[in-house]
Write a protein that binds this ligand. Structure first.
Ligand code: ATP
Length: 234
């Protein structure tokens, strides 16, 4: 049984259906990339997994349990953390305060979790008392990922972690993703940066206008012209 199984889900916003029969799976320990053009349905897929949206058909199973109708707060407790697109950090709060807000763990584990996050992102420890709004774009992204890690997730969902960052910071973010995975967290990431996503991922899926069109190992997808075409065709 895979850690996460998205099984033939349909998802709508009101009357407007945006996902049709979408399936994917993530095995424990893997990094999996979900690729696709603007508006293809990547964010919607992540939001359905994390409990922001409920599928109208199909199932989302985590460790075999159907979590499709579970609210966001309960999904976090099950062990899934979602780092949304656009970071959504609290700019007036300090870095430490932002991290503490992501905890969802008993306070006794707070220091342990902070240590783990600071170990991955030393810059955040150096600036723990600084107002989050004064961080650079790249540092804010690190903070958003760090906040996700505070709940000690088994599965981390990352939405466009590298979007809008300078190339050198993009490298830093992907390096951090690799380290997080090496330390035992399973990762499902949504990306427009095909090259870097397939570099760090074990496997990938391509979604196009709300339907899954391709899947394979990262090496297979990196060589498949249809991956890039699915972006151009949107
Ligand atoms: P991007 O890379 O631009 O974020 P995406 O692949 O993540 O794209 P989604 O954000 O999942 O795509 O959007 C899928 C479709 O759902 C799009 O057609 C979008 O316009 C539509 N959509 C997204 N959010 C809403 C909403 N709140 N209400 C109605 N339609 C929405």
């Amino acid at each position: 049984m895979a850690l996460l199984e998205v099984d033939s889900i349909d998802v709508s916003y009101g009357n407007v259906q945006v996902l049709w029969d979408v399936s994917l799976s993530v095995e424990k320990g893997e990094t999996v990339a979900l690729l696709g053009a603007n508006g293809a349905g990547k964010t919607t897929t992540l939001k359905t997994i994390c409990g922001d949206l409920t599928p109208t058909a199909g199932e989302v199973r985590f460790r075999g349990e159907d979590i499709g109708a579970m609210p966001f707060e309960d999904v976090v407790k099950e062990g899934i953390a979602h780092v949304p697109e656009g970071r959504e950090i609290f700019t007036d709060s300090s870095i430490r305060e932002n991290l503490e807000l992501g905890a969802y763990v008993d306070r006794s584990k707070m220091d342990e979790r902070l240590e783990t996050v600071y170990d991955i992102f030393p810059r955040l420890e150096e600036r723990a008392d600084q107002r989050a709004g004064t961080l650079s774009g790249g540092e804010q992204q690190m903070l958003a990922i760090g906040r996700g890690l505070m709940s000690d997730p088994d599965l981390l969902l990352l939405d466009e972690a590298s979007l809008g960052l300078a190339p050198v910071l993009v490298d830093d973010v992907f390096e951090a993703i690799e380290r997080i995975n090496e330390q035992g967290t399973t990762v499902l990431l949504v990306e427009q940066d095909i090259y870097n996503a397939l570099r760090v991922a074990d496997r990938g899926y391509v979604i196009k206008t709300g339907r899954m069109t391709l899947s394979g190992t990262a090496a297979e997808l990196a060589q498949d012209e249809r991956v890039e075409e699915s972006y151009l065709g949107a």
